[in-house]
Design a protein around this ligand. Structure first.
Ligand code: XIL
Length: 461
């Protein structure tokens, strides 16, 4: 239920309006009566998790609110190796995969090639331990390491959860992460170890290897490219970084590199104009790629006050309004964590949608409020009963969330709450000789009403 709906109900109660034939007002503790975020968006919504969010209340909350999960840390390059440099699946990655399979969630993979959280030995000569150079032999070593890593990850994922496109919950992957420079380098690329040794070629190779592994060798036969391959970066809400990002994506597409999607991390703050996120998405809208908001969080600063949490509600509402308006460009929108204290930005002040006790924050309701108003249908019937005209008004809520509705007529008003997908009725009666069409009206801040008044006939008694 939206906070606007709550306010409407509260004021209705305060005015002691009679609530007749309305369903009982439900308790909204822990968001149990609220719709899930996923039921209010046309795009998939996701959340970054680790094993802690796969059990108990956190697990219930994830499954109810989200379509997909991202491993916050345990599918990053270094998570795939034990202390002996042997490839194996991290137990936390396994827990996340199994949780996703059990709850019919997708997994957005993160990430195959990055400059952080990557074993140092990737970039070293195996026998001497010296840093790899740029000789043909050293470059061949690093190419082969990348290929072996990507194929190894795809193999382990498919061994545990099935071939891609046939039961495996993984349907997208950040192939490369944060490859764009923060400063104005001539080619706009980050000076990482990958770049130092291989140059821009490493980005092409990562996508080509990932496509071979996830959409070829470990894909179910006959399924066309089941795993969407993303490039991902931060600060795309800034024009200069965005320009470098766009230039790289254009070069990759021109070279026929299999890039399916462009990710925007959107680690923003209350002072980031939401329009900057709109501009970031719009910049890529004409390119043959889908897009994802991959790591959204919005800290409020400290101390965390009720006022700031209210500003955060407005921010999330406006941000999701931007996303709704661009739904056709968006593959998914993910928040970077479930509850505030678990966030990597916790010290910047309560950045997420749920409080540590798992209760939905104002920000959660902001997200719900961004959903275009669902439709409701008013249908009234009139009849004569013992000399009185009785008007029965039925309100149908075709939306995804419960709605507070007020039925108004010259003969009395009624407030009622209509659960999603249900109908509720109120009756008013009058000794008047006639009830003209349109004299009974309904209003709601939660629903937009269609014009179906087919059952409403003027009556004379
Ligand atoms: C962060 C995690 O949230 C932290 O737990 C970890 O200590 C560091 O990495 N961009 C990314 C994410 O692509 O992988 C980062 O995640 C946040 C910034």
């Amino acid at each position: 239920m939206t906070s606007a709906g709550r306010r409407l109900l509260a004021s209705a109660a305060a005015m002691l309006l009679a609530v007749s034939m309305a369903s009982a007002v439900e308790s909204a503790s822990a968001g149990e009566t609220d719709p899930g975020v996923k039921d209010t968006t046309p795009f998939a919504v996701g959340v970054a998790i680790d094993q802690r969010e796969t059990t108990g209340t956190a697990g219930v909350l994830v499954a109810r609110n989200f379509d997909q999960v991202t491993a916050e840390n345990h599918m990053k390059p270094d998570a795939w190796y034990d202390g002996q440099r042997s490839l194996r699946m991290h137990p936390q990655a396994a827990a996340i995969l199994d949780f996703a399979s059990a709850h019919d969630l997708h997994v957005y993979g993160h990430t195959l090639v990055w400059y952080q959280q990557t074993p140092a030995w990737f970039f070293q000569n195996a026998s001497s331990g010296q840093a790899l150079g740029t000789s043909d032999a050293d470059r061949a070593v690093l190419r082969e390491r990348m290929r072996t890593h990507i194929f190894g990850v795809a193999r382990l994922l498919s061994e545990r959860s099935g071939l891609f496109g046939a039961g495996n919950p993984v349907n997208a992957f950040d192939v490369v992460n944060e490859v764009i420079s923060d400063g104005p380098e001539s080619d706009g690329l980050r000076r990482s170890e990958w770049y130092r040794i291989l140059g821009e070629e490493y980005i092409d190779l990562a996508f080509r290897y990932a496509d071979e592994a996830f959409n070829g060798v470990y894909a179910a036969p006959g399924v066309h490219r089941p795993v969407k391959l993303f490039i991902n970066d931060y600060n795309t809400e800034y024009a200069s970084k965005r320009a470098r990002y766009l230039a790289l994506v254009d070069r990759l597409l021109a070279r026929g590199v299999p890039v399916d999607g462009v990710g925007h991390q959107f680690h923003v703050g209350l002072t980031t104009p939401v329009d900057a996120m709109a501009q970031a998405i719009d910049a890529f809208a004409s390119r043959p790629v889908t897009q994802a908001v991959t790591e959204l969080d919005v800290p409020v600063g400290t101390p965390v006050t009720a006022e700031r949490l209210e500003a955060q509600r407005t921010y999330y509402r406006d941000a999701f309004a931007v996303f709704h308006a661009r739904a056709s460009s968006l593959y998914s929108v993910s928040v970077w964590g479930l509850t505030d204290s678990r966030s990597w930005r916790a010290k910047d002040g309560a950045p997420l949608l749920f409080a540590d006790d798992y209760s939905p924050k104002p920000a959660f309701y902001g997200v719900l409020e961004a959903a275009p108003a669902p439709t409701g249908v008013l249908n009234a019937t009139t009849r004569c009963v013992a000399g009185r005209i009785v008007v029965v008004t039925t309100v149908e809520n075709r939306g995804a969330s419960a709605a507070a509705v007020t039925v108004t007529s010259p003969y009395g008003s009624r407030a009622l709450r209509v659960a999603a997908g249900t109908k509720a009725s109120v009756a008013v009666s009058t000794r008047a000789a006639t009830v003209p069409v349109g004299e009974v009206t309904v209003s709601s801040t939660d629903l937009v009403f269609g014009t179906d008044r087919s059952g409403y006939a003027a009556v004379t008694c």
